[in-house]
Write a protein that binds this ligand. Structure first.
Ligand code: ATP
Ligand code: MG
Length: 438
């Protein structure tokens, strides 16, 4: 036998029955996004590497070490393209919005779902191909949109039955406030240089704010005693932050201020937030976002404010699964038992009509190479049972000779009057289809 081929490490197949939970979540998301009037956007998985270098920032985990990048073969003009599989979707959304001039008539509310790629060490809740669902509101500068996005996420947790989360918020202020804080932060970190790990020392001058985000326990003390960015905010930044808090409070949303919340990406200002759970071990952040008022301008667009979040689908689904939500397995309404191949044309015509009436039907089909016939009635009924269907449709020769199909309830109790097998007319499917639908 030929050697079995396996998937790439850190990249997962999503198989039934788990895939049903994915679809369940995606349905909830679509419903909710439409209630908040967010519209779907789909951008390519491959983009020019430069998009992410500029959009995410050179001194970030993603751009420094996590991107899947390659040089494309030159086309007939001899152009090489440096391409990267998107590690996140905000930069692409900003590119698309700018490229197609979408903010021409005012702000846009957009959402996306799809795979992202990062070369990280695979572990629980951390994969190399993973999925994000994200919402972005572009062209709006007020705290009400920050609040709307947070309320949208909270509504999603509710729809998914998730209760074990907490919301952490912070404000990163504006660039000039960050610059003042940065000086004091560098001074503090330099004063304790002996306690910094290698990465922190490397980032001391390039991206000191990110050092506050460290997961290294040995550095917690230095980081906790560091000057807080929130103490450097001017009145305007504070007003924005307080207005957001007031809206959250009025909606009964509990939040905590985490002055060390700085987010992994470079482009944020003012509001940043994370939804965190304690149920997933070290990978406890299920959703993260914030305001990025300078990114559009930085990417060559006409400057416009924006805010958004992205959630990690695998992490959210692990939580959903742990709480026993979204577990209803899809089952067909009926299973078609077809004793002889001669019955196939009529059977398939009937099934087609049933499905057009909204009945879901699983058809028995020949196993193996197909020369062996339909299989015994016993084995067909075993399959019918295993499918979970409530009815078997039996396309036997004697039924067909009367222009009928037999309908046998598979799940009714013994003394149930519904347990009786009935005959139904093939040429009048619409009349009895409804009785089969769940
Ligand atoms: P982390 O600190 O866990 O690496 P991050 O700051 O890199 O997260 P973001 O870029 O903000 O994450 O992505 C938003 C969300 O996407 C995260 O909160 C998380 O739920 C999810 N996520 C990020 N990276 C991965 C990954 N490699 N595998 C699975 N989910 C991920
Ligand atoms: Mg990361």
């Amino acid at each position: 036998m030929a050697e079995k081929l396996l998937a790439v490490k850190g990249m997962n197949d999503i198989l039934p029955p788990d895939s049903a939970r994915w679809e369940w979540l995606e349905d909830k998301v679509r419903q909710l996004m439409s209630r908040y009037a967010y519209r779907n956007i789909r951008t390519p998985i491959l983009e020019h590497t430069q998009l992410f270098v500029r959009g995410i920032g050179e001194v970030t985990d993603i751009v420094e070490k996590e991107m899947y990048s390659f040089e494309d073969r030159s086309d007939k003009h001899g152009d090489h393209a440096h391409l990267t599989m998107r590690p996140e979707n905000t930069a692409s959304v900003v590119r698309a919005v700018t490229e197609h001039n979408l903010l021409y008539e005012g702000g846009k509310r957009l959402y996306y779902m799809g795979p992202m790629f990062r070369r990280e060490r695979p572990q629980r809740g951390r994969y190399r191909q993973f999925h994000q669902i994200g919402a972005e509101a572009l062209g709006f500068g007020g705290p009400e949109v920050d609040a709307e996005l947070i309320l949208l996420a909270v509504a999603l947790w509710k729809a998914l039955g998730l209760t074990d989360w907490r919301l952490e918020i912070n404000s990163l202020g504006q660039p000039e406030e960050r610059a003042q804080h940065r000086e004091r932060l560098i001074a503090h970190l330099q004063a304790h240089e002996g306690l910094l790990d290698e990465e922190a020392r490397r980032r001391l001058h390039s991206n000191p704010l990110r050092i506050l985000d460290t997961k290294n326990p040995a550095m917690q003390a230095v980081v906790e005693s560091a000057p807080r960015l929130i103490d450097f905010l001017g009145p305007q930044s504070l007003a924005h932050f307080e207005a957001l808090q007031a809206i959250l409070d009025a909606n009964g949303i509990a939040w905590t201020l985490n002055p060390r919340l700085v987010r992994g990406l470079d482009y944020y200002n003012l509001t940043v937030f994370e939804f965190v759970t304690d149920r997933l071990g070290a990978q406890g952040t299920i959703c993260a976002g914030g305001r990025y008022d300078y990114l559009i301008g930085q990417m060559g667009g006409k400057p416009a404010p924006a805010v958004g979040w992205a959630l990690g689908v695998e992490r959210v689904l692990e939580l959903v699964k742990e709480l026993g939500q979204g577990d209803a397995l899809p089952v067909p309404d009926a299973y078609a038992v077809i004793p002889e191949t001669a019955a196939l044309p009529l059977a398939l015509r009937t099934l087609q009509a049933l499905r057009a009436e909204g009945v879901s039907v699983q058809m028995h089909a020949q196993a193996g190479l197909g020369a062996e016939g339909m299989g015994s009635m016993k084995s067909q009924f075993k399959r019918a049972d295993a499918s979970g269907a409530r009815f078997a449709l039996i396309f036997g020769a004697s039924e067909l000779a009367q222009g009928c199909v037999a309908i046998k309830p598979l799940r009714a109790g013994k003394d149930d009057s519904l347990a009786a097998q009935t005959l139904q007319k093939l040429d009048d499917v619409a009349a009895w289809a409804e009785g089969l639908r769940a």
